[in-house]
Design a protein. Structure first.
Length: 334
């Protein structure tokens, strides 16, 4: 009986509230219901302040956003959580991503990283887009677009390079970051493998020529899934007859340095299940004095950090390099 009286009083109180709100001309709205399952909630990363060091990361995140399409990890929510756990650990200023399904997909990452924004290259027509996520506390965006001049869609497997021109707040100098995703080393026979290699070789030469001719003084950082190594190619004509690296223009000329080549020489791998480094970062000679020596690293994760990383997150590991912009020497170029 007591419970019934309490129910009547509750209904009476609600009725009086509705009468009061209607009299005031205010439409009653029930309180919002948080129907999100706690296990589906994703915690946001904390902001990262500008400290004079530009931290850059390249990371292929394995068909991110297309789990429902049968590509990549089926549990996209868990993949997102894992990606954010990694970014929260790295706290980098600039992430160059590969294999992102859409702008919405990259928004799903950036919106949980306080102070970060992201974008993908809309010029890539299919679901393996490239993109950047950057720390707005450290980076001011200037412009972004595809690099098309002198480039072959076929050589780049439909994924023309995406550039991001920006300035670092503490240096007030401009940078020209480029993310690439080269043609994969795949085929059904020897001829197709050789064709894939030649396409990587052409793409690398075309990009090098463009940068030499059009951006000779820019502070260039070239990040991405190179889909090949930089000491020698992962493609071979016959057993024991390995081809030269398709990135020879960037390796053999003093206008560029592949700074992750040291990881290759140390026997590191940037993928799950394979022994080669195929994810790399290069810089133009304008940045030689600002690169932090031995700052390149491959971040590999065991089950104590991320369970079943290769199947739940990506078959590539993040690779990073750092630049000290507090040095007294001035950056050249723009």
């Amino acid at each position: 009986m007591q419970q019934l009286k309490q129910t009547k009083l509750t209904l009476l109180s609600l009725s009086l509230l509705l009468i009061f709100l209607n009299a005031c001309g205010t439409e009653y709205e029930p309180p919002p219901q948080d129907d999100e399952d706690p296990k589906d909630q994703i915690e946001s990363n904390e902001p990262v302040t500008a400290d004079g060091t530009l931290e850059t990361v390249t990371w292929n995140i394995k068909w991110y956003g297309d789990g429902d399409g049968g590509n990549g990890p089926a549990d996209e929510l868990q993949q997102t959580k894992n990606i954010l756990r990694v970014t929260d650990s790295l706290k980098a200023d600039l992430y160059a991503f590969q294999e992102v399904y859409s702008q919405q997909a990259i928004n799903d990452i950036a919106k949980k990283m306080k102070g970060y924004q992201g974008f993908v290259g809309d010029h890539i027509d299919w679901i393996q887009k490239t993109g950047f996520v950057y720390n707005t506390n450290a980076i001011d965006s200037i412009s972004t677009d595809a690099i098309t001049q002198g480039q072959s869609e076929h050589a780049w497997a439909g994924r023309l390079p995406l550039y991001f021109q920006f300035s670092y707040k503490n240096s007030d100098k401009e940078f020209y970051a480029i993310v690439i995703h080269a043609k994969a080393n795949i085929g059904d026979n020897a001829e197709e493998y050789e064709e894939a290699y030649n396409r990587r070789k052409q793409a690398a030469q075309d990009l090098y020529d463009y940068l030499q001719n059009e951006k000779p003084d820019a502070n260039i950082i070239l990040l991405g899934d190179y889909n090949d190594d930089v000491d020698q190619s992962i493609f071979y004509y016959a057993k024991g007859d390995t081809a030269e690296t398709p990135y020879k223009p960037f390796v053999s000329n003093n206008t560029f340095r592949v700074i992750t080549k040291s990881l290759t020489e140390a026997g590191k791998s940037s993928t799950v299940g394979y022994s080669d480094m195929i994810d790399h970062i290069s810089m133009s000679n304008e940045l030689y004095n600002f690169y932090i020596d031995q700052s390149t690293k491959v971040f590999q994760f065991d089950d104590a950090f991320i369970t079943n990383y290769g199947s739940s997150t990506s078959d590539h590991y993040p690779v990073w390099a750092k630049f000290d912009l507090t040095t007294s020497k001035s950056l050249t170029g723009n």
